[in-house]
Ligand binder design. Structure first.
Ligand code: FAD
Length: 528
């Protein structure tokens, strides 16, 4: 079903939510359940009715296209000065419509360690339960976010689980958390072999309601603030500027790059930086856009030996796979590519796993854009406890100009050492049965890259990120524990920027959790 409907005529709303992604869809849909309030959800991108958003295996086809903000980092000093591509969805559903569909809630230690009122595991677990329609017992089965396992996993993914178990990693059916240790085929946000984004989970249920307007292809330029109160937004639709006013509150859910950008464009940020660009200062807070956290992601690839296993090699050349997927929702097109995961502790003395190994039955290199001439598999190492921190800073008062994004990736040596340990562990898995007979050779890093020096160079030259930017407007630094922007009334943030620290896990589930929490906070505070 298409989510788009006739452009609405309203110019005043009770609530305005900026960004129809993971967090924004949840907060807007929950608010719109109350028929007595009007809600606008404003999205820069358009409809998600495309093959690349619906067919799991095609998610990478969205990169560099019109549904991708197509950001790049500034040259990364500790990562060989590379300008690294940052795919970011510009579409209804946001990154939940572009991501690899893994569903991991995080560890209970994440939430308990923040020490924030209302955010301990005992507070958030019931909210996660409410959100989930999970295939595993022990989880809620009726919530809006549907989580399933692939019905037709590739043989090499099943072999990954076996090899990991043989290398000493325990099998664990339920890797969604909070107990994360172990290996399994992946829990994915898919239904019948199709992606299940927040557009499906939250927006389909409200989009036809008379009190709800989904306004697409519209960029929010800035928040309008009068006497410390958020009163509306300035938006541009195909170059035409207009203002939408708010009676209640505005929620920024533009994601960890665009939310701090919007705050800065609206005068909330480091005063001297804002003044240098001619932006009038509303709140001087240098923490806006600071503390950018990401999980660094290193890549290893292995060529498959001759045998019945081919992974996803050559899938795109066989139209029967598309036909099978359209008819039955199965086969390689239904693959989320990240078909199996292992959550591991790379050193002694850790309280929770510090790394996710992500298995793909394909040659995955340079964000999936590089190709290899023979069937191959990949194992990626996502480090969950990064010490490096970066920033997002506007470079102009023009809302259409990309902000400067610097991850400072691998600037903390500890992060490099963790990835080295992760690659060592991966090599152990690859040497274990049944992979010992299935793998012909190591492509990357390559058999000759073994010494610590060679490994460090490999990591600095090739590591990317897990597409998990977070913490750029964190609670405790920019927001209070009810997601309110410090120093401005009627303005909240509900996306991964709000995380005080990046979680042990993939970030879609926490983003939606924050959206759910934000709607509850708004509804509770409106009663006071
Ligand atoms: C390629 C990729 C793979 C990933 N894989 C996984 C995975 O397997 N599992 C997982 O858990 N996580 C994964 N993630 C991360 C996860 O999807 C994100 O962390 C999560 O979706 C972020 O949610 P959000 O609400 O913070 O932002 P988003 O979902 O990015 O939503 C922000 C929305 O705001 C819109 N917007 C931005 N600026 C403006 C503006 N000025 N005006 C109007 N609209 C605006 C954007 O277009 C976007 O739709 C992946 C991400 C990517 C990109």
């Amino acid at each position: 079903m298409s989510l788009l409907k006739k452009r609405p005529a309203r110019t005043v709303y009770d609530y305005i939510v900026v960004g129809a992604g993971s967090g924004g869809s949840a907060v807007a849909a929950r608010l719109a359940e109350n028929p007595n309030v009007t809600v606008a959800l404003i999205e820069a991108g358009g409809s998600d009715f495309t093959l690349a958003t619906r067919a799991p295996a095609a998610f990478g086809e969205q990169f560099h296209k019109k549904g991708d903000w197509d950001y790049f980092t500034a040259p990364e000093p500790a990562a060989a000065n590379r300008e690294i591509h940052l795919p970011r969805a510009k579409v209804v559903g946001g990154c939940s419509a572009m991501n690899a569909m893994l569903w991991v809630r995080g560890s209970d230690r994440d939430f308990d360690s923040w020490g924030l009122d209302g955010w301990g595991w005992k507070d958030v677990e019931p909210v996660y339960d409410r959100m989930e329609g999970h295939f595993l017992p022990g989880h809620n089965q009726d919530g809006p976010m549907r989580i399933n396992r692939l019905t037709t996993p590739d043989a090499t993914a099943v072999a990954f689980v076996d090899a990991a178990v043989n290398a000493g990693i325990p099998a664990n059916e339920d890797l969604s958390g909070p107990d994360l240790d172990g290996v399994s085929l992946a829990p994915t946000t898919t239904v019948g072999g199709r992606r299940w984004s927040t557009a499906r989970g939250y927006l389909d249920a409200v989009v036809k309601k008379p009190n709800f307007d989904l306004i697409t292809k519209t960029l929010v330029d800035r928040i309008l603030i009068t006497n410390g109160q958020a009163v509306g937004v300035e938006v541009s639709t195909r170059g035409r500027k207009r203002t939408l006013s708010v009676r209640g509150e505005i929620v920024l859910s533009a994601g960890a790059y665009n939310t701090p950008q919007l705050l800065q464009l609206s005068g909330i940020g480091d005063a001297s930086h804002l003044r240098s660009l001619g932006v009038d200062v509303v709140v001087d807070n240098p923490e806006v856009g600071a503390h950018l956290k990401e999980h660094p992601f290193s890549f290893t690839n292995f060529e498959l030996a001759d045998g019945p296993w081919k992974g996803l090699f050559g899938v795109e050349k066989n139209p029967m796979h598309i036909v099978n997927w359209l008819r039955n929702g199965s086969g390689p097109i239904a693959s989320n590519v990240a078909e199996a995961i292992a959550h591991v502790r790379t050193r002694e003395g850790l309280e929770v796993p510090d790394m996710q190994l992500v298995f793909a039955p394909a040659f995955f290199w340079e964000n999936g854009e590089a190709t290899h001439t023979k069937p191959a598999i990949s194992v990626m190492q996502s480090y969950w406890e990064p010490k490096s921190t970066g920033h997002v800073k506007i470079t102009s008062k023009d809302p259409a100009a990309a902000p400067e994004i610097l991850m400072n990736m691998l600037s903390a040596r500890e992060d490099v050492e963790a990835l080295m340990r992760g690659i060592d562990l991966t090599r152990r898995i690859i040497a274990s049965a049944p992979y010992d007979t299935m793998i012909a050779r190591e492509i990357n890093p390559g058999a000759d890259i073994r010494s610590p020096e060679a490994m460090e160079t490999f990591i600095r030259e090739t590591t990317l990120h897990t597409y998990h930017p977070a913490c750029t407007a964190g609670m405790g630094r920019v927001l209070d524990e009810r997601l309110r922007v410090n120093g401005v009334k009627g303005l909240r943030v509900a996306d991964t920027s709000a995380l005080p620290e990046i979680t042990h896990g993939n970030t879609n589930a926490p983003a939606i959790l924050i959206g759910e929490r934000c709607a509850t906070f708004i509804q509770e505070d409106a009663q006071r």
